[in-house]
Ligand binder design. Structure first.
Ligand code: AMP
Length: 279
């Protein structure tokens, strides 16, 4: 697996592929790849001639008291996972390669980043939009792959691509889970044994919410209440948010009609985990 550190080299490689008429898929990640990432890489491999996986822990999308320093990193392991999933090249730039000394341009968005995760992570989506725009401009892929696990991020990227006319197709991919239902995440490595058991409360409470909606409940408050009640049974859990929002602008809905996103963020001990479903 070729690991490329510079923008010039990536542009060279993509340029050569383009000359041969090959299509290119991009899978942006922060590394420490698991089966969730693998599913994105496999899909990219199935739909494109060549696949670039970016591995970059982007400092701009972490708040001051967040886990940028402790975020797990292992490029050798990532390289092996990437290879077996069908990736062709890993783009793994240094921070200085992405953000030069005088860096001062940002991609910001109104409304969509304001609720859900944006409330407790106010700088997060500005960092995400900026780095993803840069990756899009560096790689110029035909398609880019994002997980439904980060539902707000996926909605924001789709909006950004439409608003700013990036000529890239955004492909959303389903959430990959552990056997007990916990959504796979690089941050699951922070959990000790007891916390790992407790973390299943996210998917369990969402399943309860889904069942209530499937049984015909239209009142969003009642569904949210049932989900919160289930989460609060778990003593290691602390709720950041439980929300039901519309799919277009991610605004809270009162009545469940049409497509809605039900999303939760919960601290298990010191680890903040997210999960969601669309119905
Ligand atoms: P990350 O490395 O956490 O920034 O994630 C990189 C990409 O992988 C994002 O588009 C995530 O939504 C996606 N992803 C992370 N975990 C999962 C999962 N469990 N299932 C599907 N996609 C995922």
């Amino acid at each position: 697996m070729r690991i490329v550190k510079t923008i010039a080299e990536i542009r060279d490689i993509v340029g050569t592929w383009r000359k041969s008429g090959l299509s290119v898929g991009l899978v942006p990640t922060m590394g420490y790849l698991h089966e969730g990432h693998q599913s994105l890489i496999e899909k990219a491999d199935a739909q494109n001639d060549k696949v670039i996986v970016s591995v970059f822990v982007n400092p701009m999308q972490f708040g001051e008291n967040e886990d940028f320093d402790s975020y797990p990193r292992d490029i050798e392991r990532d390289s092996a996972v990437c290879q077996k999933s069908g990736g062709d090249v890993i783009f793994n730039p240094e921070i200085s390669e992405m953000y030069g000394e005088y860096f001062s341009s940002f991609v910001n968005m109104t409304t969509l980043p304001e609720g859900l995760c944006g409330k407790s992570r106010p700088v997060h989506f500005k960092g995400v939009c900026t780095v993803v725009s840069k990756l899009f401009n560096i790689v110029c892929p035909d398609r880019a792959y994002f997980g439904q696990k980060d539902a707000q991020q996926l909605a924001i990227i789709k909006r950004m691509v439409s608003d700013l006319n990036f000529n890239i197709e955004i492909i959303g991919c389903p959430i990959i889970r552990e056997e007990d239902g916990l959504a796979k995440s690089s941050r699951n490595t922070y959990l000790d044994e007891e916390e790992r058991k407790a973390a299943v409360v996210l998917s369990r409470s969402l399943s309860i919410g889904r069942e209530i909606i499937e049984n015909g409940e239209k009142d969003a408050e009642k569904v949210i209440h049932a989900i919160k009640e289930e989460i609060l049974k778990e003593k290691l859990a602390k709720i950041d948010y439980v929300e039901i929002v519309d799919m277009d602008m991610l605004r809270p809905v009162k009545e469940i009609n049409g497509s809605v996103l039900t999303a939760v963020a919960v601290y298990i001990g010191g680890t903040r985990l997210i999960d969601n479903f669309i119905i």
